[in-house]
Design a protein around this ligand. Structure first.
Ligand SMILES: Nc1ncnc2c1ncn2[C@@H]1O[C@H](COP(=O)(O)OP(=O)(O)OP(=O)(O)O)[C@@H](O)[C@H]1O
Length: 336
């Protein structure tokens, strides 16, 4: 059983420190009494494809809003290209953050504009003359495989084609950093794979830094060089993707990998449920037994600075996760 010590850098500690495209230091963001990000520190190497993965509620969207300048942390430092953006005036900060290209889950294309006009929009905002911006938009559409689609409206494009337009729009201003927020979550697996290979090719050809925010380990596995695992607003594990996936140290990483599912231990008629509990005490075990469930495996973990127990349960097939949670309240906090 291992309790991971959160690493603060995605580069290997043994390696010479790579220069950072982006560095977050001790970032905390609260909403009222709720802490969405806590003392979050992350070093994103220049020229890497870094995945940031976490379950629902881990803090991914909060992080994306901070990185894209839509929100400000309560404390901490956000260095882009070696400069702490949080010490700049709002206007300077907006100007610097415009160097980050954003790719969205739901494409965010303007329905009344053609593909070409959508891609040209950031250049229009930047005051680039029409002929020049349309030529640049045409070139960028060609780079994402959409030559011939310039005059189509979003409603005339497939999901994958819309996302290609979204990527072209993010690239047209020549950003140093590309931030893809769940960019393939709305797509079928085949289209998702083609968008990930496009992002990988573009990152390599343009030598930019790509950050992929996702809840899917498959995306991390297929498209990233580095990964950071976010859980309850904290960084719990990070490093080179191959190393982390080959030897995940934290229970959350293992749960996301699905690599640590003791299916072999299940009895006929049982299904596996995974819960995080504050403690595995006699009262909880009693409630479980009354429901016909049993503990298959348990391991200690630390979530949000608190000691917890990650428990795999064999439960009767008719027992839904919701009912299980309801019966174990207040002990159970979540179903993974
Ligand atoms: N504006 C807000 N006001 C209050 N709480 C918020 C706000 N935004 C986020 N939170 C809370 O902060 C935590 C992190 O939310 P966030 O949306 O960043 O998670 P996420 O990892 O993006 O989840 P998902 O994958 O479900 O979108 C959650 O507990 C959420 O309820």
């Amino acid at each position: 059983m291992t309790i991971a010590t959160p690493l603060t850098h995605v580069s290997s500690p043994a390696a010479a420190p790579a220069s950072a495209a982006l560095e977050l230091r001790g970032i905390t963001k609260r909403f009222g009494g709720h802490t969405a990000l806590e003392d979050f520190t992350l070093h994103v190497p220049r020229g890497s494809r870094t995945g940031i993965i976490g379950r629902s509620g881990a803090g991914k969207s909060t992080l994306v809003r901070l990185l894209s300048g839509l929100d400000t942390p309560d404390s901490g430092e956000l260095h882009l290209g070696g400069e702490n953006l949080l010490t700049l005036s709002p206007a300077q900060r907006r100007q610097r953050q415009a160097r980050t290209g954003l790719v969205f889950q739901h494409f965010n294309l303007l329905a009344q504009r053609t593909a070409l006009q959508n891609v040209a929009l950031p250049l229009e905002f930047a005051g680039v003359p029409k002929v020049k911006r349309e030529a640049q938009a045409r070139d960028t559409l060609a780079q994402v495989g959409l030559s011939g689609f310039e005059d189509r409206y979003p409603a005339q494009l497939s999901g994958g084609q819309k996302q290609r337009v979204g990527i072209a729009r993010a690239l047209v201003t020549g950003p140093e950093l590309l931030l893809a927020d769940e960019a393939t979550s709305a797509l079928d697996p085949e289209t998702s794979a083609s968008i990930l290979s496009l992002l990988t090719r573009i990152q390599q050809e343009r030598d930019l830094t790509l950050i992929i925010v996702t809840h899917q380990m498959e995306v991390v596995r297929s498209a990233t060089t580095h990964v950071a695992v976010l859980d309850h607003g904290r960084l719990v594990e990070s490093g080179e993707t191959g190393r982390v996936l080959a030897n995940p140290q934290h229970a959350t990483t293992r749960a996301l990998l699905g690599a640590h599912q003791p299916l072999a231990e299940l009895a006929p008629g049982e299904t596996l449920q995974q819960l995080t509990l504050p403690a595995l005490d006699a009262a909880t075990l009693g409630r479980l037994a009354a429901l016909g469930g049993r503990v298959v495996e348990a391991q200690p973990t630390v979530i949000g600075g608190r000691q917890q127990v990650l428990v795999w349960l064999g439960v009767p097939q008719h027992l839904s996760a919701d009912r299980l949670l309801g019966q174990l309240q207040p002990q159970a906090e979540e179903v993974a």
